[in-house]
Design a protein. Structure first.
Length: 627
């Protein structure tokens, strides 16, 4: 209402409108919107004038910055970065396209090559031999954009030693303070890990050698051929869509939303003389209108998906062909996303941007609508990141009960970060997972070795309400909301205490300032359809560590006994982060009646940069009602 009044006044009396928004400073000084605009205007014009006056010096600085970068490349260990697109040529092409827009020179190899001075894409990796067996993208650092290349692509960017020591000292002091004492703030400005090959989930390595290889400069035509989709012909029996790119999942969703019938193979599929991995999509001609041929051709081109036309229903080997009972029909995803002031808008925005760029339809709704009959218009509801207490206070016990009824009737609830904490609240009970550091966490002190994945069939009885209380990121504690007097069924959730020397020192995860961690992939669940690797890089930027679910499936986990460090890139708290992260899950599927609650421990699409978990997120939408 205030914004609406302001905009109306802008039309009638602009000078008066500029006096509306006023801010009181610490000493009582009043700052108006008019004065703020004036200061920005003066600062902008002064900057332009100074740049113009010193244009020659600025251009010389620009050139010198790039010359020094090239000089550094001759003495530094990292000489070359190699990205192998074999596992996902479309996503690799997307990354290279970004680099080209930044005037970074990229070549594509025309024959196989090896490096005997190579390193894997993780912290402090040892020298090894790596081979590119076919086409690879090659970025040599001896070029004008060397410093930008290193900033965007190096596996890990170390923090300043003095800065790190100072922050660790704060952490140790904070850990010894009681829950009523004030805590020192950390100075991390942003996330500490942003390596694009890891964020995209691509295979890559870097080398200490830069010997001659057979390669040509990448052009837009090169990328178009790598990203371009294709259909092998006009199918008489079925179209098979292998799930080997993110675009394949998006194509399946769009086909369903356009009214076409699509199925998924739950086992290895044999058709047309070829074998396809579990999770491949099957579009049977006999079950669709004649328009399916044009739809397949159009969407394959738009999403960069390769589609195989099959002209025989017989399978030469195995027990799964296009007509097998292992090929299960899917239903159209009707997606709602909570989009009001309850959610973190950057979290909502990253999900919105991802779905929008793939052409996936969804409807933004308010949390109030999730309490009423509007929810019945959807079979998938996404809750972006948001304060767990605020989610609860807005829904109330009645809203939570209604949400459970909707899920039990076949709905899929997808929660992200703080919304996943909401799902784990004792008074919500949407998951049997408990947060590390919560007061009633079972078997305190264990790393989760005994918390085995107890899978239940999709038809299993509803998940029992857990006894656990929530935990919050101790760097960003969620305040307990005030009870609402107009909600007789509302009760404030019990939030865990901040770490204190008497009870929780060393037991509560400290919030991570954005690090990329190594998650282990369970290849037997539908949530990991489309993934062919055993490990996946994921971003963690909080202190929300979820113990293994005891009633559901833990699809992406942090191994309780890892053979290598869990940290791939970025800053973590020594003696706290990895120790407490072991035996926890990043992605959980919790069955509830005929539906599912799917929890992501953190942002799957942080700022649109992180894309490694695109397929698991699409799977949480795609397979509603199948499993």
């Amino acid at each position: 209402e205030t914004v609406g009044s302001f905009l109306s006044l802008c039309d009638i009396n602009p000078p008066a409108a500029l006096q509306i928004f006023r801010k009181s400073m610490d000493d009582g000084t009043i700052v108006t919107l008019r004065s703020a605009i004036a200061k920005h205007f003066v600062a902008s014009m002064t900057t332009l004038e100074t740049a113009a006056t010193n244009r020659v010096a600025r251009l010389q600085d620009y050139a010198e910055f790039r010359r020094k970068g090239m000089d550094e490349s001759r003495t530094e260990r990292m000489k070359r970065i190699v990205i192998d697109p074999a596992n996902d040529p479309v996503k690799a092409a997307e990354l290279i396209e970004i680099l080209l827009r930044m005037k970074i020179e990229v070549r594509v190899s025309t024959s196989a090559f090896s490096s005997t001075r190579a390193h894997a894409y993780e912290k402090d990796s040892a020298v090894t031999t790596k081979r590119c067996s076919a086409v690879c993208y090659v970025i040599d650092l001896n070029q004008p954009q060397k410093r930008l290349i290193k900033a965007l692509l190096e596996p890990d960017t170390p923090q300043d030693d003095a800065f790190v020591q100072d922050e660790i000292a704060k952490f140790k002091r904070n850990e010894m303070r009681g829950k009523s004492a004030s805590r020192e703030d950390y100075r991390f400005y942003d996330i500490t890990a942003w390596s694009l090959p890891l964020a995209f989930g691509l295979d890559a390595f870097w080398t200490e050698d830069s010997g001659a290889i057979s390669a040509t400069p990448v052009t837009q035509q090169t990328l178009a051929s790598m990203k371009g989709g294709s259909v092998s012909g006009r199918a008489q029996i079925a179209y098979i869509i292998p799930y080997d790119t993110d675009g394949a999942g998006a194509m399946a969703i769009r086909l369903l939303q356009q009214g076409h019938r699509v199925a998924v193979s739950t086992k290895k599929l044999t058709a047309g003389g070829r074998t396809f991995a579990r999770g491949s999509f099957v579009v049977r001609i006999s079950r669709n209108a004649n328009t399916i041929h044009d739809a397949i051709a159009r969407l394959a081109a738009e999403t960069g998906t390769t589609v195989v036309a099959v002209n025989s229903g017989y399978n030469e080997e195995g027990d799964t062909g296009v007509g097998s009972e292992n090929v299960q029909p899917m239903q159209m995803p009707k997606i709602g996303i909570i989009a009001d002031e309850v959610v973190d808008q950057t979290s909502y925005g990253s999900i919105w941007w991802t779905l929008d760029r793939y052409g996936i339809e969804f409807t933004p709704i308010t949390l109030a609508n999730a309490r009423g009959s509007v929810l019945n218009k959807f079979n998938v509801l996404i809750m972006p990141d948001g304060a767990a207490g605020r989610y609860f206070s807005s829904l109330g016990a009645g809203g939570v009960a209604g949400l459970k009824t909707w899920i039990s009737s076949g709905g899929t609830l997808v929660t992200v970060r703080g919304a996943s904490v909401f799902a784990a609240l004792k008074d919500v009970g949407l998951t049997s997972s408990k947060l590390v550091g919560s007061d009633d966490e079972e078997e305190k002190g264990k790393t989760g070795a005994d918390d085995t994945d107890k899978r239940k069939d999709a038809e299993a009885k509803p998940t029992p309400t857990p006894k656990g209380t929530p935990s919050t990121d101790t760097a960003e504690p969620v305040a307990t909301p005030e009870p609402k007097t107009d909600k007789q069924d509302w009760q404030a959730p019990v939030l865990p205490p901040i770490a204190s020397p008497s009870a929780n020192a060393g037991k509560v995860p400290e919030g991570i300032p954005g690090a990329i961690m190594r998650a282990t992939v369970d290849r037997t669940t539908y949530l990991t359809y489309g993934l062919n690797q055993d490990e996946l890089p994921v971003l963690l930027s909080s202190g929300y560590f979820f113990r293994y679910s005891k009633e559901g499936t833990n699809a992406l986990v942090f191994d309780a006994k890892p053979k290598r460090p869990l940290t791939l890139s970025g800053f973590v708290w020594e003696g706290n982060t990895e120790r407490l992260l072991k035996g926890t899950a990043y992605l959980i599927d919790e069955p509830l009646g005929s539906g599912h609650v799917i929890l992501f421990a953190d942002e799957p699409f942080f700022r649109g940069i992180f894309r490694s978990t695109t397929r698991p997120f699409f799977n949480s939408i795609l397979f509603n009602g199948v499993f």
